[in-house]
Design a protein around this ligand. Structure first.
Ligand SMILES: *Cc1c(COP(=O)(O)O)cnc(C)c1O
Length: 222
């Protein structure tokens, strides 16, 4: 199937209010252009250097998201144009994003990365840690970032019930955080959940951003 027809098919399955993020990492600019011609405007990359190469040669109205683990010393390279940073899991990273956003006179939207999968990883807040972080409140002093919601990855397993319960846990955290910390802030509105193999489950549990790569662009060649 062509990139265009896959994008159209995915968009038809998404509920209102859920948007498709096309994950273009390891795929060439020509594939991004093909998706762009099909009307796709949100693209995501997970390596700063790769994003740095693609951004200048592609249309300016692309909304670039960063979905990988972001090192603080690389924030400055993407700060002029990045529209949403999905995987933020420390105050230190948030402070750096805030500082670089201020340099470019911008506000950068970020998502709290929640660790809800059973797999071991050093990335992401547990829901308890994320709650403690919000409770502590230092983030409120960072005026050049906007915490816009949460992101998570489910376990890489075939067990759909397990995947569903992980997405549900993240969604419940989102609802709690919205009520307790962002009740007056309509910009806190995103649940970034779901990839090629599990986005259909994620949309049943409140996903507003599905991050789909290989289903659109084919297998990645690393
Ligand atoms: C690569 C990646 C995706 C896309 O994965 P696919 O299985 O190719 O759809 C989504 N989210 C994150 C964080 C990724 O790194």
């Amino acid at each position: 199937m062509s990139i265009k027809s896959v994008i159209n098919d995915i968009n038809q399955t998404l509920p209102q209010g859920t948007r498709l993020v096309a994950v273009s990492k390891y795929h060439p600019a020509s594939s991004i252009e093909e998706a762009y011609e099909a009307g796709q405007r949100i693209f995501a990359e997970s390596h700063v250097q790769e994003l740095q190469q693609k951004e200048p040669i592609l249309p300016k109205d692309i909304e670039w998201h960063f979905i990988g683990h972001l090192q603080t010393n690389k924030v400055k390279y993407i700060a002029p144009y990045v529209s949403l940073i999905h995987a933020v899991d420390s105050l230190r990273l948030m402070e750096e994003i805030n500082k670089q956003a201020a340099r470019f006179d911008r506000t950068i939207r970020v998502l709290l990365q929640l660790h809800v999968a059973q797999e071991e990883t050093k990335f992401g807040f547990s829901p308890e840690e994320a709650e403690a972080f919000l409770q502590e409140g230092v983030w409120k002093t960072l005026t050049n970032i906007q915490i816009a919601g949460i992101m998570c990855m489910a376990s890489n397993v075939d067990n759909e019930a397990q995947i569903a319960s992980e997405f549900e846990r993240a969604h419940q955290f989102y609802l709690m955080a919205k009520e307790r910390y962002f009740a007056d802030d309509p910009a806190f509105c995103e649940c970034s959940m779901g990839m090629s193999d599990d986005y259909l489950i994620a949309i049943q549990h409140g996903s507003t951003l599905v991050r789909v790569g290989s289903k659109i662009f084919g297998q990645r060649v690393y």
